[in-house]
Ligand binder design. Structure first.
Ligand SMILES: C[S@@+](CC[C@H](N)C(=O)[O-])C[C@H]1O[C@@H](n2cnc3c(N)ncnc32)[C@H](O)[C@@H]1O
Length: 268
C-alpha cells in the first residue's frame, strides 16, 4: 500500500530526476503521452504544460495513488487509470511513454521492455528512471536487518518483496536489441535532508513500505528503532543537515524514423 502524502514529503528531491529524464525526450508535438506508475499525479500534470496539445494518461496500480491523482485530472486532456503496467493497453500508439521511479517495483522488468516498445508510435519515445542505490547503506542495512535472526522468519524475501534494478549497460543492451536508439546515463544526487533521523524519514515512503506491509504495532516500532540506529551510524547528521547520496539510472529510447532528433549515435 502506498501513502501519497508520505511519498510527497520529499517532493522537490523526487521531482528532479523526472525533470532531468524528460529533458532528454525531444518529442515536439506528441498526441498521446503516458505516465506509467504515475503515483500521486503531480508530475504527470506537468506534462500538460510541456506538451499543451497532447492527451496525457497516468496509469498506476495503487488505488490510493490513483485516488490522489484524480485531483489533477482535466477532462479531455489528462486522465488517470487504475491498472497494472504489465497489463495496461492504450487505445492509440503512444508518442511519449514515461515511467519514473516505478519499474524497480516490477519484477523482471527487463522482460517488460519489449511490450512497452511495442506500444510506441513511429517516432515514439520511451523514457524511464530507476534508483541505482541498492548497494547504498539505506538498502544494505535494511536487508541485513530483515535477514537477521530476530526478523528473518517474518521478513524473509517471500514475505516482503524489495525493489530491484539493473545496471545502466543492461538497459542500454535491451533497448538496442529492440531496435531503439538509446540514451542511457546515471547521476548521483547529493540530497541534503533536514531534521532528526532524516534518512529513516525518507525511506518510510518507499523502501520501508514492504516491511510495513508485514509488521505493525510494537514489532514495527522495534524494527524501525533498530533500522534508525544503523542509519544514524551510516549517515551522520552534520550541523548543515544529513547528506543522502542517491544514485539514479536514466534511459531514454527513441524509435528512430530517420530524423534522429536526439542527436545520439545509432548503435548497430
Ligand atoms: C516511487 S512511486 C513513483 C511515482 C511517480 N512516478 C514519481 O516519480 O513520483 C512508484 C509508483 O509505481 C507504482 N507501481 C508499482 N508497481 C506498479 C505496476 N506493476 N503497475 C503500475 N504501477 C505500479 C506504485 O503504485 C507507485 O505509485
Amino acid at each position: 500500500m502506498w501513502d501519497p502524502a508520505l511519498y510527497q514529503r520529499y517532493g522537490d528531491e523526487r521531482t528532479r530526476p523526472f525533470t532531468d529524464l524528460l529533458g532528454r525526450v525531444r518529442s515536439d508535438d506528441p498526441q498521446l503521452v503516458v505516465d506509467l506508475g504515475c503515483g500521486p499525479g503531480d508530475q504527470t500534470a506537468t506534462l500538460l504544460r510541456r506538451w499543451p496539445a497532447a492527451r496525457v494518461v497516468g496509469v498506476d496500480s495503487s488505488p490510493e495513488m490513483i485516488d490522489a491523482a484524480q485531483a489533477h485530472a482535466v477532462p479531455g486532456r489528462l486522465a488517470f487509470v487504475h491498472a497494472d503496467a504489465r497489463d495496461w493497453q492504450p487505445d492509440d500508439p503512444v508518442d511519449v511513454l514515461v515511467s519514473n521511479a516505478t519499474l524497480q517495483w516490477v519484477p523482471d522488468h527487463l522482460d517488460l521492455l519489449p511490450e512497452l516498445a511495442r506500444l510506441l508510435a513511429p517516432d515514439g519515445w520511451l523514457a524511464f528512471q530507476v534508483p541505482g542505490n541498492f548497494e547504498a547503506p539505506s538498502h544494505t542495512e535494511l536487508t541485513a536487518l530483515r535477514e537477521s535472526p530476530r526478523w528473518r522468519d517474518q521478513l524473509s524475501s517471500g514475505a516482503a518483496r524489495a525493489a530491484a534494478a539493473h545496471e545502466p549497460a543492461a538497459y542500454l543492451d535491451a533497448l538496442v536489441r529492440l531496435g531503439l536508439t538509446p540514451d542511457v546515463w546515471e547521476t548521483t544526487y547529493l540530497h541534503l535532508l533536514r531534521g532528526e533521523d532524516a534518512v529513516l524519514e525518507w525511506t518510510r515512503g518507499t523502501a520501508l513500505r514492504p516491511v510495513f506491509a508485514v509488521l505493525d504495532g510494537a514489532a514495527r516500532e522495534e524494527f524501525v528503532a533498530d533500522y534508525a540506529a544503523r542509519l544514524r551510524a551510516a549517515y551522520p547528521r552534520h550541523e548543515f543537515g544529513t547528506l543522502l547520496p542517491f544514485r539514479r539510472i536514466f534511459a531514454v529510447a527513441h524509435r528512430d524514423s530517420g530524423r534522429n532528433p536526439a542527436g545520439t549515435a545509432r548503435v548497430p
